[in-house]
Design a protein around this ligand. Structure first.
Ligand code: ZN
Ligand code: FE
Length: 254
């Protein structure tokens, strides 16, 4: 059993504190800043055992060294990022398992936004911490990886059970929704979905986690091989990789 605390930081990032209920072991995922994490740890009266880093961008690793100094925690990340994730101690690669007390998670390499980006999949609970790879109704920008990398990564995520909860790195859902609406102005179900998102944001509630099954219905970046959808938005006779590339370009220019 995992307990999850979601901490909004900076303008739209989420940091997660996860605690294995059986052993009390704790891990902080992608701490961009330290203060709100320390405040929560103090409130819960617990120490921090691990930091799990998804990728090297500063809004995700900015507090690694401060938290390590204060809590003497171990920092976990991809072997590929061993020079780029501050304070890294434990090197993992695709397919490895990491144990947080009794809670096991599998490492999925999901390159695209960066090369060597990883996601942490707690399979017993169907929780996925995917950093900046998949967002609700969007995906990460391709800063380092290729469209082909992103197709592989999104395919890995798409293969997880529909009930998987997607804990991503940013609250981008509403602005992503505006792009999806432009692609599918006549989709009634999307209209309902957007109203739900708007309501949550007006009440200052997070739209994250989202559910993978819902993402499969509405997220255009999971439809790179759905020909009916692609034709509808004007992408015809393209390979899967080209389709994803065009979709991502459309979003970049939106
Ligand atoms: Zn990033
Ligand atoms: Fe980010």
């Amino acid at each position: 059993m995992l307990e999850i605390h979601q901490i909004p930081i900076l303008s739209d990032n989420y940091v997660y504190l996860v605690i294995d209920r059986i052993t009390g072991k704790s891990a902080c995922i992608d701490p961009g800043v330290a203060d709100p994490v320390n405040d929560l740890l103090e409130k819960l009266q617990i120490n921090l055992d691990y930091i799990l880093s998804t990728h090297h961008h500063n809004d995700h690793v900015g507090a690694n060294l401060d938290l390590k100094k204060k809590h003497n925690c171990k920092i976990v990340g991809n072997f590929y990022d061993k020079e780029r994730i501050p304070g890294i101690d434990i090197f993992l690669k695709d397919g490895d398992c990491f144990k947080l007390g009794e809670s096991e998670c599998k490492i999925l390499e999901v390159s695209g936004h960066t090369i060597g980006h990883i996601a942490y999949y707690f399979m017993n609970e169907d929780f996925l911490f995917c950093g900046d790879t998949l967002f609700s109704l969007g995906c990460g920008r391709l800063f380092e990886g290729t469209p082909e990398d992103m197709v592989k990564s999104l395919s890995k995520i798409r293969a997880l059970p529909d009930k998987t909860k997607i804990f991503c790195g940013h609250e981008y859902t509403l602005s992503n929704a505006m792009f999806v609406k432009k692609l599918e102005p006549k989709n009634k179900f999307l209209e309902i979905k957007i109203e739900e998102i708007k309501k949550k944001r007006e009440e200052n509630k997070p739209t994250i986690p989202s559910i993978l099954g819902e993402e499969k219905k509405f997220n255009p970046f999971l439809k790179f091989d759905n020909n009916i959808f692609l034709e509808k938005i004007g992408i015809k006779n393209r390979s899967i990789v080209e389709s994803l590339k065009i979709l991502r370009q459309m979003k970049d220019e939106f």
